[in-house]
Design a protein around this ligand. Structure first.
Ligand code: TRP
Ligand code: ZN
Length: 197
């Protein structure tokens, strides 16, 4: 299962947070259909509401599942903020198989990754994790500052936040780094394919 939150904060339009993840999984669902891909495992896509108000949609969804239906979800992949304008390439350090799958993709394109540390459990994967469903995801950074070492490996501007428009009015279409959105969307698609084969 893959999910992204479709809501934004009131302060702005929320294009990186989280039009980016929402668009990526929509494109993946369309690509699955175009390819007539018939995976062994079933695929499910979710666009959450009210993440910014405390993950209300994803919590409600997980709470509404019977324990039998919970156990049918073999993994949940979360995509929240994947086109940050001064991007980092962060992989969630949760389920080892999911983490490895994302890292394998990044290795093929020669882009180094780091473990996501900007607030574990601050997105829609948390309700899944809390009931023991394996989780993972990608993230390109929010209000933390890019270090000199990170700018050396990823480019961009050190001493500046990954997303200086985080939760503000300037989180518009101009606030997307196309390369980051493209790479993360490809990594997400790769993982959706690989993990469902
Ligand atoms: N979920 C947060 C938001 O929508 C952003 C965020 C902060 C985040 N830390 C994270 C997302 C770590 C994924 C992983 O405002
Ligand atoms: Zn947000």
């Amino acid at each position: 299962m893959s999910g992204s939150h479709l809501d934004s904060v009131k302060a702005g339009p929320g294009i990186n947070d989280n039009g980016s993840g929402s668009a990526a999984i929509l494109e993946i669902a369309l690509a699955v259909s175009r390819a007539q891909y018939q995976p062994t495992k079933h695929l499910r896509f979710a666009w959450w509401g009210a993440e910014e108000m405390g993950m209300i949609g994803s919590k409600n969804y997980v709470n509404s599942l019977s324990s039998a239906n919970r156990s049918r979800i073999k993994g949940y992949l979360n995509f929240d903020m994947i086109g940050s304008p001064n991007p980092g390439y962060f992989v969630y350090d949760d389920d080892p198989t999911i983490e490895r799958t994302f890292k394998d993709y990044y290795a093929t394109i020669g882009v180094p990754t780091e473990i996501e540390t900007e607030g574990d459990g601050r997105s829609d994967h948390a309700p899944f994790d809390n009931v023991g469903i394996p989780v993972g995801g990608l993230f390109s950074g929010a209000d933390y500052t890019k270090t000199a070492a990170q700018a050396a490996k990823w480019g961009g501007t050190s001493g500046q936040r990954f997303d200086r428009c985080y939760h503000s009015a300037c989180d518009t279409a101009a606030n997307i780094n196309d390369t980051a959105l493209d790479r993360n969307s490809d990594a997400a698609a790769y993982a959706v394919w690989k993990l469902s084969e």
